[in-house]
Design a protein around this ligand. Sequence first.
Ligand code: TRP
Length: 351
Amino acid sequence: MQNVILTGDRPTGKLHLGHYVGSLHNRVEMQNSGKFDKIFIMIADAQALTDNADDVNKVKTNISNVALDYLSCGIDPEKSTILIQSQIPELCELSFYYMNLVTVSRLQRNPTVKTEIQMRGFKQSIPTGFFCYPISQAADITAFKANTVPVGEDQLPMIEQTREIVRSFNSLYKEVLVEPRAVLPTNSKCARLPGTDGQAKMSKSLGNCIYISDTPDEIKKKVHNMFTDPTHLRVEDPGHTKNNPVFIYLDAFCEDKHFAEFLPEYANLQEMKAHYERGGLGDGKVKKFLTAILQAELEPVLKRRQEFEKDLGAVFEMLRVGSEKAREVAAQTLDDVKTAMGINYFGKNKL
Ligand code: TRP
């Protein structure tokens, strides 16, 4: 069996550091590992529309933002196919047949959908398309016969739902679909970065994100304003490093080499944390250190982005070619699916 990756993002905003540690970095490593036969990365604009029907323009403008985020982080179109979901109509057809394999109550129990319904305050007014998006996501994954789906933790219920659909389909009709497995980022301690304000999640609407595309100045400002330990009032006070966003970010990004380069008075993060907890280490100094690390990490990313921005035409062409290539694969799967169901009337299943 081939090793195939399918993963994706909704283009509702620029991607931020949460995406970077939670999935992008991992994807680039998987891409460059040489272990995969095919890699598909989907800009899920149709899924984004399930709760943004009144703001098509937002979704549209963010397609190029997300494409640039991918390219600047090292997704290489020679190795990974980047595609736009809405340009693959076969996905809608697959979804339509999968809908018959999923009950309403099963969708209602999907934990991710439940949380999102609450977060969006839909109450009883849930758009049907939104309610059904786990089914459409199953179509995304199975259309490419992906066996590997690198995602963040919040997406695990989606993969589970996909696996159930695959099992139902294969047992009801014929073994044509591949059961996928989720791959979580290996650095699980930092799979979830809080917002710079200490809120559990980075979110554009809360204005608490550091974006992958931020300039060194923006990074500096945002880290400077970051929430830290509210009980650490004076430098000499003992401080907490747990649940302290600045230290959570350091857990995610800091390596020993950064001390040698930017703050040689400590050998490693443990020593620095011990000093903070003892008292005598000011937040300003810790933030300055984090700023230097993030600037160093994101500088090459920003440089690459600026290069790609010089020729947006080439980026659009890459998306067009990627979508076309992906469509061929999805069309083949749809054909297999219809044949397995026995509804390929003008093909293998004559009336
Ligand atoms: N639901 C994913 C998110 O919100 C985006 C997505 C759409 C996706 N289709 C996918 C992720 C298929 C993995 C596989 O981020």
